[in-house]
Design a protein around this ligand. Structure first.
Ligand SMILES: Nc1nc2c(ncn2[C@@H]2O[C@H](COP(=O)(O)OP(=O)(O)OP(=O)(O)O)[C@@H](O)[C@H]2O)c(=O)[nH]1
Length: 462
């Protein structure tokens, strides 16, 4: 996660203030140093870092904490407010008809982001279309088309035409039934004059409501020049930060936001079309500071449930409560979890998990968990319907066949059956717990990860 390091180091120094009612200058200096160290290592521009730390220091020393406020809460609030000030609101994107133009260097993630954003708008009930004008990179057309198909949104591109301006004009006509037009453009290794000329011409034709600069989270100080040049040529309203799953940096993108006096619109957190989040400054900073972000979590849960329902509308969680808990039920639970995104990100959103418990887990614990869920899913795909409905009847010869069919080890299949048994036992305990409403409430909690186990509720060692 961007600036992840800031979150954990800040929590460390803020925790030292626990129990204190007044803070000394040394306390403030220590906190400000932590902030500077984390921001600089996340590639935030030095002058921005200086400005932020000066503001925090000045306020912490000069403002009088309200009576009875512990020092830690007082400083936390100042840090929070100053970070909100630095990062700003998210880019305004009304849920209505509009045209969005994407700009950025080669490989920054424009094509992927176009499909992701289109998918996001489609989840809000709009009809989006992606228009692919990249005639520079061979393969861009196929990639964009394939991603638009995966996102299930309208698409226009023309691999036989080498005039991007013409493609943009035609694309808008051909997709006139769509509400939201997202126009993807070509990138180059460096900002070259022809790239700037081309994007200016496209802008003239498209007349976008919003122009977004797509930036790889790993970009460092180069973000500043890039942001400035794109801003001068087409005017940048917001930034999409991509590949946040691969780096703990992201400071370059914050610099770009500051440089263009714009804001962050979306965050990209993976290669799939669903790996996108609308940027919400409050939630983002709360997560950063380990306060949890319930609104994001709620949105993901809702999305995950919707998706699972669409995929398998004859699956009813209530059946689980009527007595027979099967491997099919377990698979649905796992799919619902997978649809919510990487477990470590889901955990970041649960208050109390962000900084505390999660930080105490071994670094690879989350990956192992994710990997294990994926493996279990593959194994279940190699089982017959009867086996999934009556797992108890699975014997040694079936285990051998399932392992072979799924390309896993027999040991893995046994582990899955063991996991199933544990989960079944937990469900049985729920069943013994009184009224149906109560059980349904527990089920919901389990699906929302509220059971306290990082999402899978009673799933034991997940
Ligand atoms: N892990 C991860 N990979 C991403 C993300 N966004 C994009 N990518 C990957 O980054 C690579 C480049 O992304 P593209 O969308 O092709 O980039 P582009 O800006 O359209 O590239 P050009 O068309 O060459 O300018 C692809 O392999 C994507 O799968 C992300 O959020 N996370």
């Amino acid at each position: 996660m961007v600036l992840d390091d800031l979150g954990s180091s800040l929590r460390g120094s803020l925790d030292k203030l626990r129990g204190k009612s007044r803070i000394s200058e040394e306390d403030v200096d220590e906190i400000v140093k932590e902030i500077q160290r984390s921001l600089i290592s996340a590639d935030v521009d030095i002058s921005l870092v200086q400005e932020l730390s000066d503001n925090i220091k000045e306020r912490a020393m000069e403002e009088e904490p309200p009576a009875g406020t512990p020092a830690r809460d007082f400083v936390l609030r100042i840090v929070y407010e100053e970070l909100v000030e630095l990062i700003g609101d998210s880019t305004e994107l009304p849920l209505e008809e509009q045209t969005i133009l994407l700009a950025g260097l080669q490989g920054s993630g424009k094509t992927t982001s176009a499909a992701k954003m289109a998918w996001w708008f489609s989840t809000k009930g709009l009809r989006p279309a992606v228009i692919q004008t990249d005639t520079f990179r061979p393969g861009a057309y196929d990639q964009a088309k394939e991603m638009a198909e995966r996102a299930e949104v309208d698409f226009y591109g023309n691999p036989d035409n080498d005039d991007p301006v013409e493609i943009a004009r035609k694309g808008l006509e051909e997709t006139e039934d769509a509400d939201v037009h997202i126009v993807d453009t070509a990138g180059r290794h460096a900002l070259e004059d022809d790239l700037i000329d081309e994007i200016e011409e496209i802008e003239d034709v498209v007349e976008p409501d919003t122009s977004l600069l797509v930036l790889d989270a790993a970009i460092g100080q180069g973000a500043k020049d890039q942001a400035q040049q794109f801003d001068e040529s087409i005017g940048i309203d917001g930034v999409v930060i991509t590949k946040l799953d691969g780096t703990a940096k992201g400071g370059g993108a914050l610099t770009a936001v500051d440089q263009t006096d714009s804001s962050i619109a979306f965050l990209g957190t993976g290669e799939e079309v669903q790996d996108v989040e609308r940027f919400e400054p409050d939630g983002f900073i709360s997560r950063l500071l380990g306060m949890g972000d319930l609104s994001q979590l709620a949105e993901r849960v809702e999305r995950a449930m919707q998706q699972t329902e669409i995929e398998e509308d004859d699956w009813d969680p209530e059946d689980m409560l009527q007595g027979q808990f099967t491997l099919n039920d377990m698979q649905k639970q796992m799919e619902a979890m997978n649809n919510m995104g990487p477990l470590d990100q889901v955990m970041d959103m649960i208050p109390g998990f962000g900084g505390g418990i999660k930080d105490q887990l071994p670094d690879d614990a989350m990956d192992v968990t994710q990997e294990r869920m994926r493996k279990f899913s593959v194994i279940m795909d190699s089982m017959t319907e009867a086996e999934k409905e009556y797992p108890k009847a699975i014997g040694a010869s079936q285990i051998e066949r399932i392992a072979r069919g799924s390309g896993t080890d027999e040991e893995d299949v046994r582990e899955l059956l063991q996991q199933y048994k544990m989960m079944e036992k937990t469900i049985k305990q729920f069943q013994g717990m009184g009224s149906e409403q109560e059980m349904q409430r527990m089920m919901k909690q389990m699906q929302q990860g509220g059971g306290g186990g990082g999402g899978m509720g009673g799933m034991g060692p997940f």
